[in-house]
Ligand binder design. Structure first.
Ligand code: NDP
Length: 297
């Protein structure tokens, strides 16, 4: 039996995109500034190509200009760094996004660090990561920023509540824990981070008022592992075989959705929950960067 309210990430992300589109039109009319986002795509990984296409389409929707440079799999790292340097000083480019993963011979950290922190709209540069941790204004990584936005726009209070994050990756687990820990609106939570070394994961998840799961493992959390009334944010995207689907698979999260729905007060579905928020927040970060370019701050 399903009791939980379904948090509509698809609808919320569309609202954010529309807001960004409207703010962009105003920015253009008042200041003649058009947000610009540059994509660097290396190799011919179909998933990466598809992600970049979706982001290009979002740029079009919001009224941004975007440019995509594709480099071959065997590119030398210096060429990537040179391209980033060019965009770093290009006043028409407000955001730089290097689609990950990069080929093994390229040092991902060096590439991310080459991006100007002022144009790091993915929020992965150590300067932005550090600013987030110490509570300074920074570009927040898009998926965790999207999770916070989902909670805020769903009127889910985080202040003083126990948030348990399962997963400690640099792109989801660690940043969402740090975002919700800040003494700030939409945050101010008591945060616990659990990971694969937890001997008894349920001991932590059962204590969560808000449970955020980002493990990349199907059924990491089942109904017996949560308390009644919990809010569940399922970040996972996993393919499971399904012969009834045309593609032969369907997407599921890290949480046993059907089971947990009977106990949770609210839950994000997969697909249609956290997933669509990532690109919406990328648009918002790029808009903010363009806005900041006017004041020169
Ligand atoms: P990573 O593989 O980088 O990290 C997974 C984390 O989960 C690790 O910290 C790992 O622990 C922990 N973990 C794994 N298994 C368990 C377990 N059984 N119990 C407790 N902890 C466990 O994954 P990401 O953070 O990059 O991604 C997580 C999921 O979110 C994936 O399905 C991914 O596809 C999805 N995702 C969705 C996005 C979106 O919607 N836009 C964006 C990014 C990711 P340890 O550190 O000890 O190994």
């Amino acid at each position: 039996m399903q009791n939980a309210k379904i948090i509509d990430g698809k609808g919320i992300s569309l609202t954010i995109r529309e807001e960004v589109r409207d703010m962009t039109a105003e920015l253009r009319a008042k200041h003649g500034v058009i947000p610009g986002l540059a994509f660097l795509l290396v190799g011919d990984n179909p998933a990466s190509q598809s992600y970049v296409r979706s982001k290009e389409r979002a740029c079009e929707f919001c009224g941004f200009h975007s440019t995509t440079v594709t480099m071959p799999e065997n590119v030398v790292e210096a060429d990537i760094l040179a391209r980033i340097d060019t965009w770093n000083i290009d006043p028409d480019i407000h955001g730089i996004l290097v689609q990950l993963p990069l080929p093994e011979h390229v040092d991902e950290d060096r590439v991310i660090e080459a991006i100007s922190p002022r144009k790091d709209v993915d929020g992965f540069h150590p300067v932005n990561v550090g600013k987030l941790v110490i509570g300074q204004e920074a570009f927040l990584p898009c998926t965790p920023a999207g999770i916070q936005e989902l909670l805020v726009r769903s009127d889910i209070e985080t202040a003083g509540r126990h948030v348990v994050v399962v997963g400690r990756s640099n792109i989801v687990g660690k940043p969402i824990a740090n975002i919700l820990l800040q003494k700030a609106a939409g945050a101010n939570a008591i945060v616990t981070v659990a990971h694969s070394a937890a001997p008894d994961l349920a001991r932590f998840t059962r204590d969560a008022d808000i449970l955020i799961v980002a493990t990349g493992r199907v059924n990491t959390v089942t109904a017996d592992m949560v308390k009644d009334g919990v809010v569940v944010v399922d970040v996972g995207i996993n393919r499971v075989e399904d012969s009834t689907r045309e593609k032969g698979y369907r997407l599921v999260g890290d949480v046993d959705f059907e089971g947990v729905c009977s106990r949770a007060s609210a839950i994000t579905p997969v697909p249609g929950g956290v997933g669509p928020m990532t690109i919406a927040m990328l648009m918002k970060n790029t808009y903010r960067s363009a806005l900041r370019s006017i004041s020169g701050r």
